[in-house]
Design a protein around this ligand. Structure first.
Ligand SMILES: NC(=O)c1ccc[n+]([C@@H]2O[C@H](COP(=O)([O-])OP(=O)(O)OC[C@H]3O[C@@H](n4cnc5c(N)ncnc54)[C@H](O)[C@@H]3O)[C@@H](O)[C@H]2O)c1
Length: 467
């Protein structure tokens, strides 16, 4: 009898410890009705929703840049063209990165920019009282600590993708933004690409009928890039993190189509990956290690509470053509960006079809180039028309980086809510940990936290503010 009791206790302890070990989440989580459910922290006193948050207009936005590597260097150069801005300071861990930008700018006659060098020198930049916006382009694990520190020191924070690498970090960003009332924007430039921005307009005007399914991805063989990341930060990260480590280029634009936290929200996610082959081989060659956590290909499926479906893929290892997929599938039509930009829309669903001479289109086949170009031109948002020439001239992934920067500064100068808020940042980045969590638990469904804490249905439809 006593023996049996000991056995039962030991078995129960084993099962319990097995369960808790298997979940492995950065915040408390448990199984409930077949799903992994994460705890939502209470909103603390003094904190309030940052939905549609607007701040005092800033006439000239004074900017400090942190991380002047590949991306940061090009950002500083773009900002020499963005109206209403002043580059005040730059910070990097390494002197050579600072010399590179300071000397390059000086050759163009741009001087008087302060520089901070060293691992923690960025803190001094954040502590200055003559900076409005801290613009962060550093390795992923530094993003949240830097954005939080900037907001805590009275600055708006704009940060490269992904701004957070765990659920815990997502909440830190949300809580700090809600507490400090400073903007926190993730710089998801793909939301500003011409195809994405124009097909979003089409979706909002009903050309695809009701959008039910969307797909996005980051499929980019990084063979030529791995050796270039400072201190090998990216491969090191992927070596220890399993899941979709870079979801935001794929998920950002399609979330805007689905009005996420503007009338709909993610319900749960299920993820699966392949074994690691090329990732592991690269890590062996470049780092001399035998272990590699990230599968070569990861796919996640998310269902929304309004019954829509999102598919997101990640693969930075296999040799294949670049793709962000960006497919929008509605009840009456569809759009795809990769491998070739195409639209399939019925003339019956185009309000101004007669005027455009497109009444005969049907949605079962992709339309020809002439019809495609006509429709893309007709549905180009006004905001793009105004800055398209400058965007193409200044560039940055064909102009989308400039449009993103321009919009950020436009909103700050006019005291408007930003296009992408802290909840977007959290929703898009949470997939990094949630996909890994699902995979590690046998592709179990994981409930996606509601970072708005109940406010996801207060605004109906995504929009960009104008004065
Ligand atoms: N949106 C896009 O299209 C796009 C494109 C490329 C990169 N990125 C993102 O930009 C970020 C940077 O990537 P990258 O390609 O420029 O990498 P990188 O290695 O070229 O640059 C990172 C920089 O951060 C600096 N840094 C590291 N630790 C620091 C510290 N403690 N203080 C200050 N500086 C520090 C490094 O010295 C380096 O100059 C990443 O988040 C990446 O995902 C986005």
């Amino acid at each position: 009898m006593k023996k049996n009791l000991v056995f039962i206790v030991m078995a129960a302890a084993l099962i319990l410890s097995g369960c808790s070990k298997k979940i492995e989440c950065s915040v408390p989580a448990h199984f409930e009705d077949g799903k992994i459910v994460l705890e939502t922290p209470e909103r603390e006193p003094g904190q309030q929703s940052a939905l549609q948050m607007a701040c005092e207009p800033i006439d000239t936005v004074r900017i400090g840049f942190i991380g002047i590597g590949g991306r940061g260097n090009s950002a500083v150069w773009r900002y020499t063209h963005v109206p209403g801005t002043k580059i005040v300071a730059v910070a990097d861990k390494y002197q050579e990165k600072i010399d590179n930008i300071i000397n390059g700018l000086a050759e163009e006659g741009i001087t008087g920019i302060d520089a901070y060098v060293g691992e923690d020198a960025w803190k001094e930049l954040c502590e200055r009282d003559d900076i409005d916006l801290v613009y962060i382009c550093t390795p992923w694990l530094l993003h949240t600590p830097m954005a939080v520190y900037a907001m805590e020191h009275g600055k708006h924070a704009a940060c490269e993708v992904p701004i957070a690498t765990s659920i815990e970090e997502c909440w830190q960003l949300v809580n700090t933004c809600e507490k400090t009332r400073k903007h926190c924007m993730m710089l998801e430039n793909c939301c500003y690409d011409f195809f994405e921005i124009t097909t979003l307009e089409m979706a909002q005007k009903g050309l695809f009928g009701e959008v039910l399914q969307v797909q996005g991805a980051y499929l980019h063989c990084l063979d030529g890039f791995w050796p270039g990341y400072t201190d090998n930060w990216r491969l090191s990260y992927n070596q220890t993190h399993r899941g979709d480590n870079y979801p935001t280029h794929g998920i950002g634009p399609v979330c805007q189509v689905l009005n996420i936290h503007r009338g709909d929200r993610f319900d749960y996610v299920v993820s699966m990956d392949t074994k690691s082959v090329r990732g592991a081989a690269r890590a062996k060659m470049q780092m001399g290690v035998d272990e590699f956590a990230d599968g070569d290909h990861t796919t996640s499926l998310i269902r929304t509470v309004n019954g829509k479906m999102v598919e997101i893929q990640h693969n930075v290892y296999c040799t294949r053509p670049y793709s962000r997929m960006h497919q929008i599938i509605g009840t009456e039509g569809s759009a795809q960006k990769y491998p070739v930009e195409c639209l399939a829309i019925s003339g019956k669903n185009i309000p101004n079809a007669a005027e455009l001479g497109l009444e005969e289109l049907d949605a079962e086949g992709f339309m020809d180039h002439e019809a495609f170009n006509k429709l893309m031109e007709a549905y180009k948002p006004e905001m793009i028309r105004e800055i398209e020439d400058d965007a193409r001239k200044v560039g940055g992934h064909g102009g989308m980086d400039y449009i993103m920067d321009y919009r950020l500064i436009y909103c700050l100068r006019n005291g408007l809510p930003l296009d992408e808020d802290v909840y977007d940042a959290a929703e898009w980045c949470c997939l990094t940990e949630l996909s890994g969590l699902s995979i590690k638990n046998g592709s179990a469904p994981v409930a996606v936290p509601d970072f708005t804490r109940g406010d996801w249905n207060k605004i109906q439809g995504f929009s960009r503010a104008t004065k």
